[in-house]
Design a protein around this ligand. Structure first.
Ligand SMILES: [Ca+2]
Length: 505
């Protein structure tokens, strides 16, 4: 059995499949002839080299695209050892399959890497008769099912480019903008906000002396301008204070900076541990403030905050910062009328919702998981009271339970497979003009692996996931997405850069 994935020109002749030539800078498998019965088609992956993916035109009669992934020339792969002698060629396949998986893992997504190795192993197997004395051991069969449909072949977007907007930032973790002020505002985790314009990069708030952080997930974490800014000059931020508890506070804009003497504390969320602050703050319909808080840490919800509705740990909070001192709660919050939990809570059962998006009638929560899966949860903005299940559940499975009924829990719309991720970074819903193909898409990425994906908002929540590896190389440690004043998409990486994403056609 040959799993054919990737980029090659394939001919069909007399019921056999001839992998006869490979495009451009992809090295070559010559004349591997198999019968159709020997071949299984894997879902074409958009994570292949975009060049090669565009070049492949051959369609099989079944309207299935046939591809083969072959490593590049000049990297020690079979292309560099090709010979007219079948024995040498097969030996090269064999060696490649046996010895080189790590190189593929470094250069392409894991799934594709494994498939590539499998192709090589099976290619070796297919011509084992020519390699006397060498035992060929193919990789185990692969599960070729996928929950990530490929980008439609007709997709006109060929690439997305990163245009550097700023660099030299210290641990940028949040990006904000407001139409009434030029530039971007970037949160540096140690406790600063930096304003970035076309001509300047200046610190406009520095509360490093008030920010306590002894571990990675703490610090100044996010900011959001009041929706009536600058009539209401407040920006709302979250940070871990010197007691390492999470603070939601406001500061006032003075015209060229935020006045740190104007701080008003809105919420204090005690943190039992150093991890899982969540900490995102944003505004939604009717000018209400939304904030996402993590379970407070400890592996596996040690403090059992996920299902504890008396604490704000592990919840989405919705409050009104225009009424009350320092806030009031809308009467439609789930525990306002009948009790049973903190009145600020809008939803709960979350582990580490580092980012949420409140957009166009829905709330999208990117909740970083413990072990099995990160979640993307999507619920209507006018449906308070969802319980997302942590830590009874993680993703679609049980976590702190031998068995669990899903009754009463809102299951994720999508889970991010941990095979190729470590922490989901939720973004906004893109509504800019530069990349119309992505209009209305919710965007997310992975902190460790630097990939970006998106999916369109639909009546059901989210449509088919689009893997951007087709469009753009992986980047560094993605910490946050953001939007500029024009609604165009930005992304920041921990190394200190902020990029604008622009199309290339
Ligand atoms: Ca959940």
């Amino acid at each position: 059995m040959l799993v054919v994935v990737g980029a090659a020109v394939v001919d069909v002749a007399g019921g056999s499949v001839v992998v006869s030539r490979v495009v451009a800078d992809v090295s070559v498998v010559v004349d591997v002839v198999l019968t159709a019965a020997d071949v299984v088609v894997a879902p074409a992956s958009p994570s292949l080299e975009e060049h090669a993916a565009r070049t492949i035109k051959t369609q099989m009669p079944s309207d299935v695209r046939w591809r083969a992934f072959i490593p590049r020339k000049g990297t020690g792969g079979p292309g560099s050892t090709l010979s007219s002698r079948p024995e040498r060629r097969c030996l090269a396949y064999h060696r490649e399959a046996e010895r080189k998986p790590s190189r593929y893992l470094a250069s392409v997504p894991r799934t594709v890497s494994l498939l590539a190795v499998t192709v090589l192993a099976v290619a070796a197997s297919a011509c084992a008769h020519a390699v006397n004395g060498i035992r060929i051991v193919p990789e185990p069969p692969l599960d070729t099912t996928t929950t990530r449909p490929m980008v439609p072949a007709a997709h006109p977007l060929m690439a997305i480019e990163l245009v550097e907007v700023a660099n030299g930032l210290e641990d940028p973790v949040s990006i904000a903008s407001t139409p009434l002020l030029d530039g971007l505002f970037v949160v540096e985790k140690p406790g600063r906000i930096v304003r970035i314009t076309d001509t300047d990069q200046a610190t406009v708030m520095d509360i490093t002396a008030r920010v306590g952080w002894t571990d990675f997930e703490q610090g100044l974490l996010s900011m959001a301008f009041h929706p009536r800014f600058p009539e209401d000059p407040r920006v709302f931020v979250t940070y871990t204070n010197l007691d390492e508890d999470l603070v939601l506070a406001s500061f006032e804009w003075t015209g060229d900076r935020f006045d740190i003497t104007s701080e008003e504390q809105v919420l204090l969320v005690p943190q039992p541990h150093k991890y899982h602050q969540g900490g995102y703050v944003t505004f939604g319909p009717h000018g209400l403030l939304w904030a996402a808080f993590g379970d407070g840490g400890g592996i596996g919800d040690r403090y059992k905050n996920g299902q504890n509705t008396e604490t704000l740990n592990g919840t989405i909070v919705r409050i009104d910062v225009d009424e009350g001192a320092p806030y009031s709660v809308p009467e439609t919050n789930p525990f306002v009328e009948d009790g049973g939990g903190a009145p600020e809570i809008w939803a709960w059962g979350l582990r580490n919702p580092w980012r949420i998006a409140v957009d166009n009638g829905v709330v999208i929560i990117a909740d970083v998981g413990q072990e099995g899966a990160d979640e993307i949860d999507v619920v209507p903005v006018d449906e308070p009271g969802h319980n997302f299940g942590w830590s009874v559940m993680e993703g679609f499975g049980c976590y702190n339970a031998e068995s669990c009924e899903t009754d009463g829990f809102t299951l994720p719309r999508l889970v991010v497979d941990r095979e190729d991720s470590c922490a989901v970074i939720g973004g906004p819903v893109y509504r800019g003009a530069a990349i119309p193909e992505l209009y209305g898409h919710f965007v997310w990425g992975d902190y460790c692996h630097g990939w970006m994906h998106s999916a369109p908002l639909t009546a059901e929540g989210l449509g088919d996931e689009v893997q951007w590896e087709h469009f753009i190389d992986r980047i560094g440690n993605i910490t946050t997405f953001g939007l500029d004043n024009d609604g165009e998409l930005l992304v920041a990486v921990l190394d200190g850069q902020v990029y604008r994403l622009v199309p290339s056609r």
